[in-house]
Design a protein around this ligand. Structure first.
Ligand code: R5P
Length: 300
């Protein structure tokens, strides 16, 4: 087994440190700073020759910059003689652009994959990808791990629950939670009105008097969750409402929107830094253990 060398990008150092701790390692000495004109200077401050390098960088906002920084780290490690370079992308941005709706848009997920491939990435490790189609965008092997089991364990036991998918695309994910929580599934029909606005039409499944656990891979502006909660209330659910998402981006109006909802618990993970001091009943589960297990396996 080779000893993994962890490099943290600037997007989520806390998670990289938690991962290093799980592995009994330290983070490699490395620095990133902007040049005066806005370009990024990334620099490995130690020898990575023949090492199995893992660069930890979720592609959170500003997404383009995080992504380019990741590509620069991969290139730096490869050109410095690393034996293998794995991009650990706890949250993989552009995964929602996994197909062309009208034939006039790019295949964003493929463009991201091509950028990382061109930089020389050997492998990718990601958590709960929005779409499994992302794997097909890479020539390099992609390993996906999941936070669902850890989130379900944190949810614990509950009376008369129903696991709810806020849209049709999330039904498989809801079924995984439902199996772990031993609860039935319901689905909300969602129509996206704009990038931040969502309307929910009908709820399919029995939710009356039940405590909903609304699950999704990600929460961005909160529009999807707000619409789902409204639809569930209209359908007579119990007011004990919980949200569980792997990637809590909380962008734009999300916190304000969600703080107006009668939420008992909001569970998410540390794939991206979570907002501090917000008026939400937030509970954060770390993905460091599940990533550490994957890193151990990949460097065996
Ligand atoms: C979409 O299919 C995803 O699974 C999420 O439902 C969506 O990205 C959430 O976005 P927002 O919070 O902005 O509604």
């Amino acid at each position: 087994m080779s000893v993994p060398l962890l490099v943290s990008g600037s997007a989520n150092r806390a998670l990289a440190e938690a991962l290093a701790q799980q592995l009994g390692q330290r983070l490699a000495a490395a620095s990133v700073s902007p040049f005066p004109d806005g370009e990024l200077e990334v620099r490995l401050e130690e020898d990575v020759r023949e090492r199995d390098v893992f660069v930890v960088q979720p592609t959170t906002a500003p997404v383009g910059e995080r992504l380019l920084e990741l590509a620069l780290w991969v290139d730096a490690a490869r050109r410095s003689g690393a034996r293998r370079v794995t991009a650990v992308i706890p949250y993989f941005g552009y995964a929602r652009q996994d197909r062309r709706e009208s034939g006039k848009e790019p295949l964003g997920a493929r463009v991201v994959a091509d950028l990382l491939t061109a930089a020389g990435v050997h492998r990718v490790l990601a958590v709960d990808l929005h779409s499994t189609a992302v794997e097909a965008c890479f020539r390099a092997p992609l390993t996906q791990v999941s936070a669902v089991e850890a989130l379900a364990a944190k949810l614990g036991r509950g009376e008369r629950r129903v696991v709810v998918s806020p849209d049709l695309g999330g039904v498989k994910l809801a079924e995984r939670y439902a199996q772990l929580l031993d609860a039935p599934v319901a689905v909300v029909h969602k129509h996206r009105l704009s990038a931040t606005e969502v309307a929910a039409a009908a709820v399919v499944g029995e939710v009356r008097g039940r405590s909903p656990v609304v699950v999704d891979d990600m929460l961005s502006t909160g529009g999807t969750m707000a619409a789902a909660v409204q639809a569930l209330q209209n359908a007579g659910c119990h007011p004990n409402i919980t949200l569980a998402v792997t990637h809590g981006l909380f962008v734009g109006p999300a916190v304000e929107r969600l703080s107006k909802l009668p939420l008992r618990r909001v569970l998410t993970t540390d794939t991206v830094p979570t907002p501090a001091g917000v008026a939400l009943p937030l509970e954060v589960v770390s993905v460091a253990p599940v990533l550490a297990a994957a890193v151990r396996q990949l460097s065996a």
